[in-house]
Design a protein around this ligand. Structure first.
Ligand code: BV8
Ligand code: ZN
Length: 275
């Protein structure tokens, strides 16, 4: 593939930069999990009973109809818990091991909540927006891991993306997941739109962004703040950003490298694991 001044498919140039870098970060979004069969976030629109995910992933939606929001997350848990990590996740997990032997720092900052980086074997992962496998008490704020599927009896056989809501019997709030500590209603431990990120996680991510000398931006439409400002920050600091996306998502001219195509193919190739 021809490379151009825009660093389009410049695998050789990227490999040189990669070999010299000492503090590498990956910023990943829903596109890295697409080849695992998980619908991308903006692609989810209309997939789940014609609801826009951005209208369900909000505290207001949960207050208004906790059962509907829990059905949405029950569906997402079913899909994510049964999805295998793909070659992009696996290549990053392998690369983390190689960085360790070469005394390089490597971290993944992900917007995804599907847990696939961990399942691929990655250790240094910051889950900026939380995780489908965690729930938090709406009363005492206790956070617990929960892989049960269904998470509660009332959600068994619910969550079908194609069914018309009206045909379903309502789920009483008392039947929804509860906190194991105080027994009150639990919610997904996920950052919804309009909610603050965990400040400690955000600070950690900011520090990694300020300290890195190479940033790989993988499978994100770069529209959700504050995660979308990280890669441009690296470029403004004068360090290389390599974007892996089906298309030229961010359109950022000051990103040094662009690898258009499925990241399950381009990323292992760029990291030198596949020809
Ligand atoms: C906050 C959990 C303050 C939920 C998520 C107006 C303007 C600007 C900002 C705002 C605004 N109004 C409100 C805001 C703030 C808002 C925001 O950004 N809204 C957007 C919609 C405009 N942000 C917030 O509310 C955040 N909170 O700002 O608080 C603060 C600030 C700093 C510090 C503390 C507090 C909270 C945002 C978190 C929302 N929660 N997730 C859930 O998942 O259920 S975000 C959600 O979108 C997902 O996590 C998802 O990961 C994320 C971003 O989407 P992408 O990952 O990029 O996915 P998308 O589908 O969009 O794109 C997929 C990409 O992959 C595409 O480019 C596609 O081409 C590519 N692709 C597809 N297949 C492949 C591929 N690439 C390679 N290979 C493939 N095979
Ligand atoms: Zn509680």
């Amino acid at each position: 593939m021809a490379s151009s001044s825009k660093g389009l498919n410049n695998f050789q140039g990227f490999k040189k930069v990669l070999d010299q870098a000492k503090n590498i970060i990956v910023l990943s979004g829903a596109g890295i999990s697409a080849e695992s069969g998980i619908p991308v976030f903006r692609g989810l629109t209309g997939i789940w009973r014609n609801h826009k995910p951005t209208s369900l992933a909000t505290p207001e939606a949960f207050t208004a109809n906790p059962a509907l929001v829990w059905e949405f997350y029950h569906y997402r848990r079913c899909v994510a818990f049964n999805a295998p990590p793909n070659n992009a996740h696996l290549a990053l997990a392998k690369f983390e091991q190689d960085c360790k032997t070469q005394n390089k720092n490597f971290h993944i900052i992900t917007q995804n909540v599907d847990g696939l980086h961990h399942r691929a074997g990655s250790k240094n992962v910051l889950e900026l927006h939380g995780a489908l496998s965690k729930i938090r008490c709406t009363h005492c704020e206790q956070v617990e891991e929960n892989w049960e599927n269904p998470i509660c009896e009332a959600l068994k056989d619910r969550g079908d993306p194609n069914v018309t809501e009206k045909s379903l019997p309502p789920i009483d709030i008392a039947e929804l997941p509860k906190c194991k500590t105080c027994g009150k209603l639990a919610r997904p431990h996920i950052v919804w739109f309009g909610e603050n990120l965990d400040l400690n996680l955000f600070e950690q991510a900011r520090n990694l962004v300020e300290a890195c000398d190479l940033c790989l931006l993988v499978g994100t439409s770069s529209v959700v703040m504050p995660a979308a400002m990280f890669a441009p920050l690296v470029a403004e600091r004068g360090y290389p950003v390599a974007e892996f996306n089906l298309n030229d998502a961010s359109g950022q001219e000051n990103f040094q490298f662009h690898f258009p195509g499925p990241c399950g193919t381009c990323l292992p190739k760029a990291l030198g694991y596949e020809d």
